[in-house]
Write a protein that binds this ligand. Structure first.
Ligand SMILES: [Zn+2]
Length: 460
């Protein structure tokens, strides 16, 4: 009993300390969590009780239209900058920069020059006087413009979700000497890893992976409740991309179309990126006629909608495989059963977003949003002036508790309904008046006076 009372006092002290550090100084802290490769329809296909609990008390965006190419580093940088790949410069997981002649790979990514075309939110928020933290978010262990987040951890896949979470909640809480952070970004590798190994159609493997993801969301909720942060922080759970099922029956062999001596390969699948060694047009023609399940583009003709053209790091020719097709150079070995990187208009490439906290509406959902809109939303939540970006707050405004907004389909439905009723009444009225006997009346042409280009003011 005594222990309970003591715990009660301690919890009370903790809770008031939390309120002092978080709620009373500026906006509530924001925790951004990414579960890599969480395809939007996993939410319908698998039970996710903890995630559903979270968004039942908050909001759900069923599908997030992410950016091309639908790869991990590209889309994680978009989430924290609001920029398309051509504008933030992280164009793929494998890149070549012709200006510096450097190569980029996910395991060799820490040269700041790759990241310096944009400024992520964990740096921008520093300029508003906030402390920030990142836990293994792609790019967050890189010194960008000579700065990092106030707290960060170098990438180490062996660190468990619980350990990552424990650090993040401590950073948000702060202590007697240091105020808590206002923005924290937390990254977790699943369900991407399982999706690659087994493919998203493998129900047994994906059930297990998603049960673990949902258990981690349960941990997140209970840890925030234990520390008194629940209800005082805005939580945003999202992902970078979805996952498509691949098959050995859907392989495209580049060597069957042109000899590898003709090009330097920068990235392979599902978006091949290459530098022709001679006659780019000839190389393009061979690739263009290579396989019906891929599309080749000269850099200058990459469609506008992909926002993937205006950057030196985009190579002279790219080739995009159709959904579920895998490009290899040679052989008939399928490298993985699941993959992503395909066209960002494909629903299988889309992730979702769920959010909860004092700034969000409760029990509200919308069908879609663009991933570039997450950044202006986060800046708004933190009262941080956004850097120039490709998103808009307008589309996300409806998610916020303090905003009133129109339900567009409902408004359209109402307007159409009213118009239908009015037209029916008019037709009925005409019909009835026609049936009434009346004297013949000559048709009168409506006189339209189009001589209105008179600049003289009208005097009454
Ligand atoms: Zn990913």
């Amino acid at each position: 009993m005594l222990l309970k009372i003591l715990l009660g006092i301690l919890c009370g002290v903790r809770a008031s300390a939390t309120e002092n550090n978080t709620a009373q100084h500026g906006p509530p802290p924001l925790l951004l969590v990414s579960f890599d490769g969480f395809r939007a329809d996993y939410l319908q296909r698998f039970p996710m009780p903890n995630l559903k609990l979270l968004y039942s008390q908050g909001v759900l965006v069923e599908q997030l239209t992410n950016v091309f190419i639908t790869k991990t580093f590209t889309n994680h940088y978009t989430l924290v900058t609001g920029l398309y790949a051509e504008s933030h410069g992280i164009l793929a997981n494998n890149m070549y920069d012709p200006v510096t002649q450097k190569h980029f790979h996910v395991s060799n990514h820490s040269d700041p020059m790759w990241w310096s075309e944009a400024q992520p939110l964990w740096l921008t928020a520093l300029d508003s006087g906030y402390k920030t933290a990142t836990m293994m978010w792609p790019g967050s262990d890189v010194t960008i413009g000579n700065r990092t987040a106030s707290y960060f951890a170098p990438y180490d896949y062996r660190v468990t979700f619980q350990q990552r979470l424990g650090n993040v909640t401590n950073w948000i809480l702060g202590n007697d000497k240091e105020p808590g952070v206002k923005f924290a970004a937390l990254y977790w590798e699943e369900p991407d890893r399982t999706g690659h190994i087994f493919g998203p159609d493998n129900v047994t493997a994906m059930s297990k992976a998603l049960k673990e993801v949902d258990d981690n969301i349960g941990l997140l909720i209970s840890e925030l409740k234990r520390t008194g942060l629940w209800g005082h922080v805005n939580i945003l759970i999202t992902s970078d991309h979805g996952m498509a099922q691949c098959s050995a029956d859907r392989l495209i062999q580049l060597d069957s179309c042109l000899h590898p001596d003709n090009y330097t390969l920068v990235d392979l699948s599902p978006v091949t990126s290459l530098i022709p060694k001679k006659d780019p047009e000839a190389v393009f023609k061979l690739l263009n006629n290579c396989n019906a399940h891929m599309t080749a583009y000269m850099k200058s003709s990459i469609p506008d909608r992909l926002h993937y053209r205006n950057n030196d790091r985009i190579q002279p020719i790219i080739v995009v495989a159709d959904e579920g097709w895998t490009i290899v150079q040679r052989g008939d070995k399928l490298p993985r059963f699941g993959d992503h990187g395909y066209d960002n208009s494909l629903p299988s490439m889309h992730p979702f977003m769920a959010a909860s906290g004092p700034s969000f509406r409760q029990g509200y959902r919308i069908s879609s949003l663009k991933s570039v809109d997450i950044y202006p939303l986060m800046c708004h939540l933190l009262s941080v002036p956004p850097q120039p970006n490709n998103g808009t707050l307008n589309r996300a405004r409806c998610l916020l508790a303090a905003e009133s907004c129109w339900d567009v389909p409902l408004v359209i439905g109402l307007v159409v309904g009213v118009l239908l009723v009015l037209s029916t009444i008019t037709v009925l009225f005409r019909f009835l008046s026609l049936r009434r006997p009346s004297g013949s009346r000559p048709f009168q042409r409506l006189q339209v006076d189009d001589d209105d280009d008179d600049d003289e003011p009208m005097l009454e």
